[in-house]
Design a protein around this ligand. Structure first.
Ligand code: AP5
Ligand code: MG
Length: 229
């Protein structure tokens, strides 16, 4: 009996070791290409800058908000629960967001030149879990913008849109701003060594020039690291 228990424990240990090695292997494969977190409050211009980065570098743009809205649009029960949280301006549980991101990274990593993870992390544990379960981020771009400007930009977007986002109304925007204010300084402190803060209260193209400088730098660093390996 004792012998059988010992054998089962050994088997479990071997299985766990194999799973860990597999996780590490997958993380390393993703780490060969740049992973960039795109941070900033609601309406600061994350999506706008991501579109320009995609155009120039051909990276894969994964917006946590877009992935969640796709889930909502599917009409599933889970989608209805997500919609409720999103229209309250709160944060969806990380298990949901991370699993959508994980699936999207896994689906596209074979053909991707780099990942833009837009709207993530929104609180520091999201960053920790992402790096444990997917791969370390090379860079975080934080688009710094005043609340007043962000509010105005979203209201202007809502006015111009044919289909308005359910969370683009003044009450929800104010709540989104509160959620953002509550969580962001902890993220910026934790990831200070890989975060670049960019003044987002400027012309879209001026902001992008700064973005290009830092992405070029990351790409050069990756290339040099690949040669050494
Ligand atoms: P999400 O969809 O990510 O929304 P958000 O963070 O509130 O940001 P937006 O998409 O509204 O704005 P943006 O920064 O992309 O700005 P844009 O480029 O469009 O998330 C929605 C919700 O999903 C969250 O509230 C939460 O509930 C949930 N969620 C998402 N991620 C989550 C996570 N990680 N964990 C938990 N829950 C999560 O620009 C806005 C407007 O300004 C546009 O009209 C644009 O043309 C204009 N504009 C942009 N740049 C400039 C500029 N420089 N000058 C003038 N106008 C500009
Ligand atoms: Mg966006």
């Amino acid at each position: 009996m004792l012998f059988m228990c010992h054998q089962m424990a050994m088997k479990k240990e071997a299985q766990e070791k194999q799973e860990k090695a597999e996780q590490l292997r997958k993380a390393q494969a993703v780490s060969d290409i740049p992973i960039i977190w795109i941070l900033g409050g609601p309406g600061c211009g994350k999506g706008t800058q991501c579109a320009k980065i995609v155009e120039k570098y051909g990276f894969t743009h994964l917006s946590s908000g877009d992935l969640l809205r796709e889930e909502v649009a599917s009409g599933s029960d889970k989608g209805r629960q997500l919609q409720e949280i999103m229209t309250s301006g709160g944060l969806v549980p990380n298990a949901e967001v991370l699993s959508l991101l994980h699936a999207a990274v896994t689906r596209t990593k074979g053909s991707s030149k780099g990942f833009l993870i837009d709207g993530y992390p929104r609180e520091k544990n999201q960053g920790i879990e992402f790096e444990q379960k997917i791969a370390p981020a090379d860079l975080a771009l934080y688009f710094d913008c005043s609340e007043d400007t962000m509010l105005k930009r979203i209201l202007a977007r809502a006015n111009a849109a044919e289909v308005k986002r359910a969370d683009d109304n003044e009450e929800t925007i104010r709540s989104r701003l509160q959620t953002f204010k509550r969580n962001t300084s902890a993220i910026l402190d934790l990831y200070a060594d890989k975060t670049l803060t960019i003044n987002a209260e400027r012309d879209v193209d001026d902001i992008f020039m700064e973005v290009v400088e830092v992405i070029d730098c990351v790409l050069q660093k990756k290339q040099r690291a690949a040669k050494v390996c």
